[in-house]
Design a protein. Structure first.
Length: 353
């Protein structure tokens, strides 16, 4: 029986084990690498500690780059990839370079360590959608990053603008509390909260032109399953992954005033068109099947059987080779502060709350 060891630094339980259906294999989630695994998958760079890695020369090691640049810059630095046989990533810029980079989307569903997000509802548009409040909400914690392309501050800025100037109300939920007008506290159920609003401010953590390509997370799918039309900003190539008629692209507007006017003027017929497009996409896409942890187990077994990754055709580059001075400075700050943050405040996510 093959053993897949998924190493995740912020496990809520010391160990979680599950058999992989259809395979003679078992997946074991731990906070530290176990020595007898056939393949070890590190869930994000902050889970990798060379001092705790086994000395087994035959083990296949993989890095899963779950977090974006704004949370963990190491994922996008060339020197960080050296210890791994494969790098599983959603990032299109890395995937285009070939070699050890293998396509793998973000995981949202059935995490064994109690993640309280990404629980899919039914992909059926509710008949009472006209009862939704003609307002916007966002469900997001108050976080910060030194990376220039971060969108944490954009969430706060947008909430403050709508409070002072918007015709539509914008309500904010989440923890840690966001210091903005319209903050309503923690959302007991994200989908239920989103479903009460016609629109949802759906900003990813990052919007870098290169390093956000392919970064499509549970945020937009939560809006879809709640049938709250997302006002989206994040993946620079979002239209390559999600049909354009399913969301409102924040980049299409020159100002928040223009966005506010567009949302206020939207007819019921136009709004219903968005909902129909979302319903059609959800049924065709089947997100719970595509973004389950069992896909991680299966690709780990597949790559293990294939052996070594092919050599890339061209010289591989990372964030550092393409970054400006200001971007590099932010990267250095993140790289130095995150380890201290992780040491003194054991949070579930690597980003600073």
């Amino acid at each position: 029986m093959k053993k897949i060891n998924i190493v995740y630094a912020y496990m809520c339980e010391p160990r979680f084990e599950i058999e992989v259906p259809g395979h003679d294999a078992v997946a074991v989630w731990t906070a530290v690498e176990e020595p007898d695994a056939d393949v070890v998958v590190y869930h994000s760079g902050y889970s990798y500690d060379p001092g705790n890695a086994s000395t087994n020369p035959s083990v296949c090691r993989m890095l899963y780059t779950y977090e974006p640049l704004t949370v963990y810059p190491g994922h996008f630095q060339k020197k960080f990839w050296a210890p791994f046989d494969y790098v599983l990533t959603w990032n299109e810029t890395l995937l285009e370079q070939g070699g050890k980079f293998v396509r793998f989307p973000s995981l949202y569903y059935d995490f064994p360590f109690g993640a309280a997000h990404g629980i899919a509802g039914k992909p059926v548009c509710p008949e009472n959608w006209k009862e939704k409040s003609k307002a916007i909400c966002q469900v997001a914690g108050n976080k910060y990053s030194f990376i220039r392309s971060e969108l944490y501050s954009r969430r706060r800025k947008t909430a403050r603008w709508f409070s002072r100037h918007g015709k539509l109300d914008l309500d904010t939920y989440g923890v840690p509390p966001m210091p903005v007008p319209g903050y309503k506290g923690r959302s007991a159920n994200k989908l239920e909260t989103l479903s009460q609003y016609r629109y949802a401010l759906c900003f990813e953590n990052d919007a870098h032109p290169l390093w956000s390509r392919g970064y499509v997370t549970e945020k937009i799918f939560d809006c879809f399953y709640a049938f709250s039309v997302p006002v989206y900003l994040g993946a620079s190539d979002i239209e390559c992954h999600i049909p354009k008629d399913c969301f409102i692209d924040y980049r299409d507007f020159d100002s928040l005033k223009d966005l506010d006017q567009f949302l206020c003027a939207m007819s019921d017929e136009t709004y219903a068109g968005y909902l129909r497009s979302i319903e059609r996409f959800l049924k065709e896409y089947n997100a719970p099947d595509k973004h389950t942890c069992f896909r991680l187990y299966e690709i780990a077994l597949t790559l293990l059987s294939e052996g070594s990754a092919p050599a890339p055709e061209n010289e591989v580059f990372g964030f550092w080779q393409k970054a400006s001075f200001i971007e590099k400075a932010g990267c250095v700050l993140m790289s130095s502060i995150l380890p201290l943050y992780q040491k003194f405040r054991r949070a579930r996510y690597a980003g600073m709350n």
